[in-house]
Design a protein around this ligand. Structure first.
Ligand code: UD1
Ligand code: CA
Length: 464
């Protein structure tokens, strides 16, 4: 087994993003580009991971520290100013031991897979310079691979390439594996006498050949893995490619996605059998869908566990944040429902349109079908919660709980001022404002009595 030291270049400005945010912190599928790279790296069991920062260094370093990826915590090396990729890697030399192999990656190429990186390391075999290459339809801007047969003898950067060299389609992806000791020797010899006045990492290929070291190109067929992000348009393209991959993987498990081109997963989605997902849904964080769950069009669902047979109708927004949301077996939610953190729906619960539920437990068969708010509440089995009713859970300083015991019927447009308990089997008359606990089985009404004045004359318009 080769000892691997990963070096990730992330010092570049990312000028074409035209953003204040450092490029490697822009998000793909909900996670920063650099976090994708670190996730692939974590499978390699590297001895150390070095991230080279420069532009927005503080921001990038703080972000990485907050992710706590598996494996060794990354070390940071600053590159100030940024004089090219060779200069970037030179900054890592003091933290690279003489034994081991350096695996050099780009922080802005997010979708590279661990198996591809491992193959590069294996090809290097502790003694060769291994380069990852790919054939490009349009190789403009990239470093071209110069080879005679299998032997690679140099990489020439686009700006330095001749007309014939520019016709070469095989390009360097920015990934290489190279023994540390050789890397250090060659880095020390880099010059910047080229079209961009930069220290090119790619110049070490020619040095390797001059020194009689083996240079091997590993060509990948999978462009998505080596695509970099330089502009919002490239970021969007890569996002779609990645989403399509995720959708395909789910469909291979049997998930029925109405249109994989209109599906977005920004996190993890675990699906049981016979799950159906209609168009334009977004899943974020950790979401699980049980057997036979149906998700209607245009739902946004984050951090939620949805049990077997539940149906989420169109335009529903669910976000469990840290507390999570649970939807019980056979529950019906939406259309246009909103479930917030701590919403915990039992089996067969119905939540209808324009109903908001937060930090509330609803037991089996409870229903809130129209225009209602349930916050900080415990709702018993079979409760019917009328249209337009709300739990007044906030007194301006503190939150209080509302308890609605089983089989209660809350009439429309009621206000339950917490803390308050509605006794089992009780009924609250429509439009009541309930401020005191109500006894079990009683009808409780708290509203102005109806008065009718016979023959009432409406006022007349002055001068009319
Ligand atoms: C580089 C390669 C080119 C290859 C291409 C693949 C060189 C000289 N050229 O091109 O052969 O086809 O990648 O995408 O290496 N960076 C730093 N410090 C610097 C300059 C860059 O950290 O001073 C980082 C950038 O943040 C980025 C990476 O290095 O993550 C690559 O830099 P970029 O300018 O995008 O690559 P090119 O030089 O265009
Ligand atoms: Ca460049």
């Amino acid at each position: 087994m080769t000892t691997v030291d990963v070096v990730i270049m992330a010092a570049g400005k990312g000028v074409r993003m035209k953003s204040r945010l450092p490029k490697v912190l822009h998000r793909l599928a909900g996670r920063p580009l650099l976090q994708h790279v670190l996730a692939s790296v974590s499978a390699l069991q590297a001895r150390r991971v070095v991230v080279i920062t420069g532009s927005g260094a503080e921001q990038v370093e703080a972000a990485v520290a907050a992710w706590l990826p598996d494996g060794p915590a990354p070390a940071f090396v600053r590159q100030e100013p940024q004089l090219g990729t060779g200069h970037a890697v030179q900054q890592a030399v003091p933290v690279l031991p003489d034994d081991g192999t350096a695996l050099i990656l780009n922080g802005d190429v997010p979708l590279v897979e661990a198996a591809t990186l491992q193959k590069l390391v294996d090809t290097s075999g502790g003694r060769r310079l291994a380069l990852l290459t790919v054939d490009m339809q349009d190789p403009t801007g990239y470093g071209r691979i110069l080879r005679s047969g299998d032997a690679v003898w140099a990489i020439v950067e686009h700006k330095d390439a001749s007309e014939e060299q520019r016709d070469i389609r095989e390009i360097y992806t920015g990934f290489m594996a190279v023994p540390n000791v050789l890397l250090k020797r060659w880095l020390a010899r880099l010059k910047n006498d080229n079209a961009q006045g930069e220290y090119y990492l790619t110049d070490i290929v020619k040095m390797a050949v001059d020194d009689g070291a083996d240079v091997v190109a590993v060509k990948t067929q999978d462009k998505v893995q080596v695509d970099g992000v330089n502009s919002p348009s490239q970021l969007a393209d890569l996002e779609r490619a990645f989403q399509l991959r995720q959708a395909q993987a789910l469909m291979e498990q049997g998930v029925r996605i109405a249109d994989p081109a209109r599906f977005d997963l920004r996190g993890e989605l675990a699906c049981a059998q016979d799950v159906e997902i209609d168009v334009n849904c977004i899943f974020e964080g950790q979401v699980s869908l049980g057997d036979g769950v149906k998700i209607g069009a245009n739902c946004v669902i984050a951090n939620a566990a949805i049990a077997a047979g539940a149906v989420i109708h169109p335009f529903t927004h669910i976000d469990g944040e840290k507390l999570g949301v649970r939807v019980g077996e056979g529950a019906l939610v939406g259309p246009f429902a909103r479930l917030r953190p701590g919403a915990d729906l039992g089996p067969e619960v119905h939540i209808g349109n324009f109903v908001e539920v937060k930090n509330a437990t609803l037991a089996r068969g409870a229903k809130a079908n129209h225009l209602a708010y349930l916050g900080d509440a415990t709702v018993g089995e079979r409760v019917n919660y009328g249209a337009g009713s709300i739990t007044a859970n906030y007194d301006g300083a503190n939150k209080h709980r509302t308890v609605i015991e089983e089989d209660v019927h809350i009439g429309s447009n009621s206000v339950l001022v917490a803390p308050v308990t509605i006794g089992k089997g009780g009924t609250v008359g429509a439009s009541s404002t309930i401020t005191k606990n109500t006894p079990a089985g009683a009808l409780s009404i708290a509203r102005g009595k109806q008065v009718s004045i016979a023959g009432w004359q409406r006022p007349k318009k002055a001068g009319g």
